[in-house]
Design a protein around this ligand. Structure first.
Ligand SMILES: [Zn+2]
Ligand SMILES: [Zn+2]
Length: 465
């Protein structure tokens, strides 16, 4: 965002003139046993017959203690980012804050990746694989309506209109969770068997018109130059309580396509339809027929969506217009279904416009591929989730028709993407992308702990599946 810098609300060092915190009190000092760890020693000693279990418990305790130490600072940063959210490709202050934090931890930092992206590389003291972890940083043109004292009242200009800006998808939580993970893992770098690549990504929700951005551009600009053998990511979830984790093995989130159709007819007086080629009637037939792709051309067990979200044509009640424009989205979970939908759309448009004497043009963009959880990787990581969260709090959940550009990363290397419960128990959150979306601060230490343990366990297990 061009205006509305990050000011106020932060304890600790502030860089003069910029209003940005330079560093946070985040040194987790994990090389010595924490008091909590000492108290747990008798129980741990009892497990000496199972050295692997002991090692896991000891590591978990260290991660948990480090996450607990860093979480309060990350909650404060979250409030600050939340209060001053930035739209895609404009995450200037957020990226600066992230980069400063990583540098303060001694992590190698590359900035300006895909406009405002930040890549941090943490090299562990022991040999091991490379693993990547990704958080998105962008907000949405939504006017926030939550009871948070740190809610956003910022506005900006989007598509020529003045709009509110809000973290209505929880990317502020993703950003600070990953900053916290960086703190935890940097604090144990001597013991870290491998390398962690931290991806702080701009524009997950899409770039402004005419601009490229997001995961695809980060990859094009070398985010995976140090090639990881796996990539991890998480997302807040407006329908899951804090303390719970959900994931979907295999296809988890839909491919998102965008179509733009123009139906060309012939303009005439509304009273003389015989002189027209009526694109309104033609468009109406097209809209109805497109729904038969879902119901008649695909298996009932193959999920998909064809939505016409915009229909625009005409200037006056008694004029048949020359053209009508349709725009919409297609959501699918397999390339074969995606191909079928696009082919059937063209056939339906061909047939109906031919019968009407009209013509059409269609631009069909495959925007985001399916977000697929690598089944073997999900299976391998499940014990970590069960151990850290308690098995009763981890569940496999159905796929969602929302899309995620994490898909570009997880198409390049095996990926694991899960949902972090963020609803304060006993309350209700508005859905993602709405003014009343809320993610509870209590999810932040949990997110830090779970992601740190997943990455650690992955590195300790080596890259091989
Ligand atoms: Zn979103
Ligand atoms: Zn999102």
């Amino acid at each position: 965002m061009a205006s509305g810098g990050l000011t106020g609300g932060m304890r600790g060092a502030i860089v003069p003139g910029r209003g940005l915190p330079r560093a946070f009190p985040v040194s987790p000092a994990p090389h010595r046993m924490s008091p909590r760890n000492h108290r747990a020693l008798p129980a741990l000693l009892a497990a000496l017959l199972a050295p692997a279990a002991l090692a896991a418990q000891s590591s978990d305790a260290r991660v948990s203690a480090a996450a607990g130490r860093v979480a309060p600072a990350m909650v404060e940063v979250r409030h600050q980012i939340h209060q001053h959210p930035e739209l895609g490709n404009r995450e200037f202050h957020t990226a600066q804050l992230v980069a400063d934090h990583l540098r303060a931890l001694g992590i190698e930092v590359r900035t300006g990746v895909a406009h405002t992206g930040v890549v941090g590389i943490l090299r562990g003291g022991r040999p091991g694989p490379v693993v990547a972890v990704r958080a998105d940083m962008d907000a949405l043109p939504v006017t926030e309506n939550t009871p948070y004292p740190w809610k956003s009242t910022d506005t900006t200009t989007y598509l020529g209109q003045k709009v509110g800006v809000a973290h209505a998808c929880g990317h502020d939580v993703h950003t600070v969770v990953q900053m916290g993970v960086a703190s935890v893992l940097a604090g144990m770098r001597d013991q870290l068997p491998g390398t962690v690549v931290f991806l702080f990504q701009p524009a997950e929700e899409g770039s402004p018109p005419g601009e490229e951005g997001g995961a695809k551009l980060m990859l094009a600009e070398g985010a995976f130059t140090l090639r990881p053998s796996a990539v991890f990511g998480l997302h807040t979830f407006a329908r899951m309580d804090v303390g719970r984790i959900g994931y979907t093995p295999g296809p988890a989130m839909a491919a998102s396509d965008k179509f733009m159709v123009t139906i060309h007819g012939r303009q005439a007086h509304g009273a003389s339809p015989e002189l027209s080629v009526d694109p309104v009637v033609t468009a109406a037939q097209v809209v109805m027929a497109l729904q038969t792709i879902r119901s008649r051309n695909l298996s009932p067990f193959e999920p998909s969506v064809v939505t016409v979200g915009m229909i625009r044509g005409g200037e006056r009640f008694n004029i048949i217009p020359a053209e009508v424009r349709l725009e919409g989205t297609v959501r699918t979970f397999s390339p074969a279904t995606q191909d079928t939908v696009e082919r059937r759309m063209r056939e339906i448009l061909d047939g109906i416009t031919h019968a009407s004497g009209a013509t059409y043009t269609m631009e069909y963009q495959r925007t985001t591929p399916v977000t697929e959880n690598n089944v073997a990787l999900a299976k391998r990581m499940r014990p970590t989730l069960d151990r850290v969260m308690g098995a009763a709090n981890v569940s496999e959940i159905p796929p969602t028709t929302g899309a995620e550009d994490f898909a570009f990363f997880s198409n390049a290397v095996p990926g694991f993407f899960y949902r972090l419960g963020t609803v304060k128990p006993g309350t209700v959150s508005g859905d993602h992308h709405t003014p009343t979306f809320m993610a509870d601060d209590a999810s932040i230490p949990i997110g830090i702990r779970v992601m740190s343990d997943l990455l650690l366990d992955y590195l300790k297990g080596g890259a091989a599946q």
